[in-house]
Design a binder for this molecule. Sequence first.
Ligand code: HPA
Length: 263
Amino acid sequence: MPSVLLVSGSGLTVELDGRVEGIAELAEIVPFPTRAVVGHPHQLELLETQHGIVLYQRGRLHSYQGYSANQTVFVVRLAALLGASTLIMTNAAGGLSDTQHTGQLAVISDQINLSGLNPLRGALPPEWGPQFPDMVHAHDPDLRALALALATELGIELSSGVYAGVAGPSFETPAEVEMLRRLGADLVGMSTVLEVIAARHLGMRCLCFSLIANLAAGLGDFAVVDHEEVLQSGRAAAEKIARLLSSLLGRPELYGRRPRVRS
Ligand code: HPA
């Protein structure tokens, strides 16, 4: 039974040690039809580490692919109901601040859900969690401090920032980028916020990383953003991300078990 769910995003899938079984296609696991996006694998594997089992999802489902909020967070809920207590995610994001550069890694300190969606709408089993969950520590401060300390040890530059989750799939206009900056966001992307809401509802702790794949539209040298640029940045940063994740997965702090939900 997994203690940790690790979800890697757009072009950020890395090879990690400890695979227990073969790789399963996500399509074999989820009870609804899936659609592939160019450059995004959709696979699940189990890793056995020194301190416990990690369910590793390579490639996520995005609501812009047409999935409902509930479908988008399906694997998070599955992992939590199996007992996982920690959610680690990576994503590719646009950088919104002048001090950022492409290829930089950031740990998410907080989020702004601008997707217009919420996976807690409607009737959910009350034993999963409260209808109105607290979101003050949506992104866990202790896990974030651990990640920052490990990054320093490994010589990996890691900033931290607020992530704005938008619906996509069109990139932002320069006016939207300006709006997001004024709202207090440092990063913008099309994922992560729904999974964090679902995870917090189920009592999981969340630690999320953004790779700044591009500077958001209108900033820096690249006035225009394109999907290939985002994927290319991910490939270039893979080694750094793999080192940071491997180091994190070796830490006992990640492996508490969620109490089993009553059925
Ligand atoms: N905007 C939104 N999502 C993204 C971006 C961006 O600039 N880059 C990668 N994902």
